[in-house]
Design a protein. Structure first.
Length: 245
């Protein structure tokens, strides 16, 4: 499929690298900044509401250094992605946008992304680069690495629990009992119906999605003993939580 519109995907979170990525995506005209009405080159950068002020605060320096006019488009990430198939061919889609890395494969195969060059490639390890690479071509700049965290109330707990065994002991404490349901507790809550959050339990017990570090789709590890053990442990917690959890 011939790409006649430029698209750049960024994984997770947009930042200064997002702007330089669009300018350095070099090669064909389909990947370079387009002339604006006043003759200057321009790029449209789409970000969620929470990052509009940040992009506006850094775009001036980028415009000065690269001779490009940046227009910031305020739009939800999912909204942008959902409209790519129709907005891309008409030129209505942004040139730079944010996307989870797991969308790179689908969007790249559909011809909705332009190949880019990482100007700061040395900043990323092989794993991070592989997340935005499809068939040997790089389609985005890794922006952040996410991790799950545990929040705790310092007015109730002196130190954050370090093990699940400690969490289980908290669950037995009567002061965390859920008043509306006998035998239920809210000492610890987690959204394990969402695979994104549950995978920590699965992987921790030896389960996995694909083998060979996620590269072998013929080896599916979601039905092995470790996965079952991890999900059984999650089920144990759901038995202690109030209905609706």
């Amino acid at each position: 499929m011939k790409i006649n519109f430029k698209k750049v995907a960024l994984s997770a979170l947009a930042g200064a690298s997002a702007l330089s990525l669009a300018a350095c995506g070099g090669g064909s005209s389909s990947k370079s900044a387009e002339p604006a009405s006043d003759g200057d080159k321009s790029l449209v950068v789409s970000v969620d509401t929470g990052y509009v002020d940040y992009i506006n605060s850094i775009k001036g320096k980028f415009e000065e250094e690269n001779g490009v006019k940046i227009t910031v488009k305020e739009e939800g990430m999912i909204d942008t992605l959902d409209k790519l198939a129709t907005d891309g061919p008409t030129g209505a889609a942004p040139d730079v946008f944010v996307a989870p890395y797991d969308r790179v494969g689908g969007l790249g195969n559909e011809g909705q992304l332009a190949e880019v060059t990482l100007g700061n490639k040395a900043d990323y390890d092989e794993t991070a680069q592989n997340l935005v690479t499809l068939n040997g071509k790089i389609y985005g700049a890794p922006a952040v690495v996410e991790s799950l965290i545990l929040y705790y109330n310092k007015d109730l707990i002196k130190e954050a629990p370090k093990t699940f065994a400690e969490l289980e002991e908290l669950q037995k404490d009567a002061k965390y009992a859920f008043a509306s349901e006998n035998g239920k507790s809210v000492a610890f809550l987690a959204n394990w119906t969402n695979f994104y959050y549950a995978y920590g339990l699965i992987a921790g017990h030896g389960g996995y999605v694909f083998g060979d570090h996620g590269t072998d789709p013929s080896d599916i590890g979601l039905d092995n003993a470790g996965t079952v053990e991890g999900l059984e442990y999650a089920k144990k917690w759901y038995a202690m939580w109030p209905q609706g959890m």
